[in-house]
Design a protein around this ligand. Structure first.
Ligand SMILES: [Zn+2]
Length: 150
């Protein structure tokens, strides 16, 4: 494919950025076009916490109902309070974990779109210009990231 630069209208100094970065990763000019890295998955701790949380709820619940059976008012109050705090804390942790996973999935989608756009980019060495021949957008090399962000 013959891609020409929108500024000098020539193709002799044009590199496809994704190929160039891969082939010539020690080149300082190419290196500035390294694509954004994949977002990191949230820690798997919320899953473990959910398991522990369920055990905790069962434990406190069992003790609570046991103290109701025994009829000790103080024990009922203490374990009732513990039980309530535990359920609230567990619910909050669960919601936080779910939100973190949703944010992560959104970040991955955004990243995939950015990589897709990055795969379309070309660079003209003559003009120090990054451009997308598909949508005709271009940018000075130092601001090339604006071409992959919305
Ligand atoms: Zn050019």
């Amino acid at each position: 494919m013959d891609v020409t630069c929108p500024q000098c209208l020539q193709g002799d100094q044009v590199e496809k950025i994704s190929d160039w970065v891969e082939e010539d990763s020690s080149n300082n000019v190419a290196r500035q076009f390294i694509p954004p890295s994949q977002p990191e998955a949230p820690s798997p701790l919320p899953g473990i916490n959910s398991g522990l949380g369920c055990l905790g709820i069962i434990f406190f619940g069992a003790v609570f109902f046991f103290s109701v059976q025994v009829g000790s008012t103080i024990a009922i109050i203490i374990f009732g309070v513990f039980f309530a705090i535990f359920i609230l804390a567990f619910g909050a942790a669960y919601i936080r974990g779910r939100r973190a996973r949703q944010e992560y999935m959104q970040a991955v989608l955004t990243w995939q779109e950015e990589i897709e756009k990055w795969n379309q980019l070309y660079y003209c060495k003559r003009d120090d210009l990054v451009f997308d021949p598909e949508n005709k957008q271009s940018s000075p090399a130092k601001d090339w990231q604006t071409l992959i962000k919305d």
